[in-house]
Design a protein around this ligand. Structure first.
Ligand code: UGY
Ligand code: MN
Length: 290
């Protein structure tokens, strides 16, 4: 039953200068331009200092995402999506995902009531590399590897670990009792969606109980540590920017300030490839690639 006293104003949600914890009791839905029968719960974006946006899209059957001028990554949480890109149609089921480069004209339509995590980031090109092609795959098709040799903490890299990609999206599964082996502080920011289980997240100088459905944004150098507690594994989907020099120009400011012309027709057609195979960027010891 709806509680008019709203739990006396209590929530686990918290906003600090270098991190944000959003719990489902505080989610507010909004429509984004071009969405049809679909609502977004925006979790992070330039308004809080993030250089990407992440939102949960909640589709009715037949609902559709609007366009974006940025790179887009989609991960299906519930239901089923039909993706049309480059004249090809693909079905994305739970744990299915897609990476669409900036110039990929595409449509995303739900074939039943569905939810997806959507990440969008303006691309930072490198003069010496071609920009990436589209990827359509499933987490189930990607093999995992232990983090820092800990078999109880398994990571799946959903995007190729190669320089053309300016961001990574990984899933991380912690057996009960497993934990990050260090308090991490790094230049990259994170968008993190808890998918299963729970535990304790240290963010900055605070320790938070977290559980499936929660979202966390961590700004650059935000102290971070996680330990899984409970009787089931804890799993999260985590975004980070990477593979770019810290002095690399930020994405064009039009992306951040002005409303882009989202109706513009795009002509370029991406080349679709299957699951990523390459794992390790050249010249970097694997253990440092968290
Ligand atoms: O990839 C990462 O930086 C990851 N290990 N961070 C995290 O789980 N908070
Ligand atoms: Mn990290």
């Amino acid at each position: 039953m709806h509680n008019p006293l709203h739990n006396l104003g209590q929530t686990r949600s918290s906003q600090k200068h270098n991190h944000l914890l959003l719990t489902p009791d505080t989610f507010v839905r909004t429509a984004l331009p071009g969405m049809k029968a679909c609502m977004a719960v925006v979790h992070a974006g330039p308004a809080i200092g993030a250089r990407f946006t992440e939102y949960i899209a909640e589709f009715e059957s037949g609902g559709e995402l609007g366009p974006t001028t940025a790179q887009r990554f989609l991960y299906v949480l519930d239901g089923q999506l039909k993706l049309e890109a480059d004249g090809r149609q693909s079905d994305l089921r739970v744990r299915g995902y897609a990476y669409l480069p900036e110039d990929a004209s595409h449509r995303v339509v739900a074939t039943k009531a569905s939810r997806a995590a959507v990440i969008e980031k303006p691309y930072q090109p490198l003069a010496s590399f071609e920009s990436p092609s589209a990827i359509i795959s499933s987490e189930d098709a990607v093999s995992s590897e232990p983090l820092d040799g800990d078999k109880d903490l398994q990571v799946k890299h959903l995007l190729p670990d190669t320089m053309p990609f300016d961001f990574a999206v990984n899933s991380m599964v912690y057996q009960p009792g497993a934990a990050l082996s260090m308090v991490e502080m790094h230049v990259m920011e994170h968008g993190l969606l808890m998918l299963e289980g729970g535990g304790i997240y240290r963010l900055g100088d605070s320790w938070y109980p977290v559980t499936a459905g929660d979202f966390i944004w961590m700004g650059p150098w935000c102290p971070q540590w996680f330990g899984a507690i409970g009787k089931v594994p804890a799993k999260y989907l985590i975004y980070k920017d990477w593979n770019r020099h810290p002095l690399a120009p930020a994405p064009p400011s039009e992306f951040m300030r002005a409303a882009p012309n989202l109706d513009a027709e795009k002509s370029a057609t991406p080349q679709l490839t299957s699951a990523p195979q390459s794992k390790t960027a050249k010249n970097l010891p694997k253990k440092d690639r968290r």
